[in-house]
Design a binder for this molecule. Sequence first.
Ligand SMILES: *Cc1c(COP(=O)(O)O)cnc(C)c1O
Length: 422
Amino acid sequence: MSSSEELFNKAKQFIPGGVNSPVRACNSVESTPLLIKKGSGSHIFSEEGEEYIDYVMSWGPLILGHTHPEVTREVHNAVDQGSSFGAPCSQEIQLAESIRQAVPSIEKVRIVNSGTEATMSALRVARAHTGKNKVLKFIGCYHGHVDNLLAQAGSGVATLAIPGTPGVPEETAKQTLLAPYNDNDAVEAIFEQHGDEIAAIIVEPVAGNMGMVPPRSEFLQKLRETSNKYGSLLIFDEVISGFRISFGGAQEYYNVTPDLTCLGKIIGGGFSVGAFGGRSDIMDHLAPCGSVYQSGTLAGNPVAMTAGLTTLNLLSKSDYQSLANDTREFAQELSEILASKGVPIRLNCLGSLFSLFFTSEEVTDFDSAQKTDLNLFKKFYNQMRKQGIYLPPSNFECIFTSFVHTRKDFEQTLEAAKKVEF
Ligand SMILES: *Cc1c(COP(=O)(O)O)cnc(C)c1O
C-alpha cells in the first residue's frame, strides 16, 4: 500500500501539479492532498486507510452521500446494459422530464458533460438569441473555466491568486463586464453604458465560489427587472444551488425566474453531467432545430443518466427543510466554538451550504470575503484534518453537508473544533 504522499509525488511527474483540478492540491493551506480510496455515506477513507468525515462531498454532487445503495445498484444495472451508444436512450428523456418538473422555468433542456460545458453553451445560445456579444458577470462568481467567464472568478482562481487569465485573448476578455455581487447600482450603471451590447447577465443565485454568499433581498429580482428592461437574458448558474438550496433550486427558493439555467454537480449523482435549459424559444436555436451548434459524444449516456435520475427521484422525497435546520444548528455551534477562542468569525449559512470567514465584518461580496484571515483558516483546516475532519482546503469554497451526515458526525466535528489552537 502506498501512502498519499508517495502517490502524490508520483502524480506530479505525470500530471501538472499532481492534480486534475487545482484546488485539490491543497497549496493554499500549505498541505498536500489526501488520496481517497473509497467513500461510504458521509465518510471517506484515504489510501492509508484513515477515516474522515467528509464536508467536501466531491464539491457538491454527493448530497445523498458516497455509494448511496440505491444509486449504486441502479448504476450497476445500467453498466451491465452498456455504457454509451451515441444514440438517444430512454434514461436521458426521463432525466430531462424530471429536471423540467422540478424547475419549471426549464421548458427545454440540453444535457452535457460538465458545468463548464453548460455555462459555455448557455452563453452561446444567449448571444445567438439576442444578437449581442457582451456578458455581465459578478466578481467572485465562478462559472467553470470558460474563456470569457474566468475574469475575477473566485474559488480556485482566488485561492491560487492567479492575477489575470493568461491564455484568454484580450478581445475575448473584453466581452466580459464585471460588477460586485449584491450590487444592483453597479449593474444599473453598467447597463446604462453598455445596455444595448449585453447578451446576458450570468449569476450564481447563491454564490458558492467565494465561500457561500447569499443574495441580498431584492438582488435577484432587480437583476430580473434590469435584464427585462434592456432585452438581455438572465442566466442562473445553479450548478451548486440546483437541487440543493431546495428541490427546485435557488430560483424556487427566491421565486425569481431566469430565462436560462445551468445545472451540474447534483444532477449527475456523482457522474459527469451538466445541463442547460430554459425558454423553448431560446433553446430551439440549438441544432438540429436551429443553427447554434452544440454537441457531445458521451452526453446523455445511460450510466450517468441513471445516476442522475435515481438521485433526483430520491431527492424529490427528501426533507430539505430539516437538512437546512440541522446544518444551521451545526454551523452555528461550530462558529460559536471558534469565536470562543477569540478569533473573528462570520458565519454565512443557507440550506446545506455554509462558510466560516475569519473576519469580523459581514461577508456580502468578493471584497468582504477577501477580508478573511487565511492564516487562521489554514490552522483550522490542518488541525481539523489531523483529527479526521475533511474540510474544503480553501476558505473560498463552501462547506457541504448532505442528507447522510448524522448528528454523531456533527458532534465529532464540534469536539475536534474545540481542540483547535490558533
Ligand atoms: C462547479 C461549478 C461550475 C463548473 O462545473 P464543472 O462540472 O466543474 O465544469 C460552474 N458553475 C458553478 C457555480 C460551479 O460551482
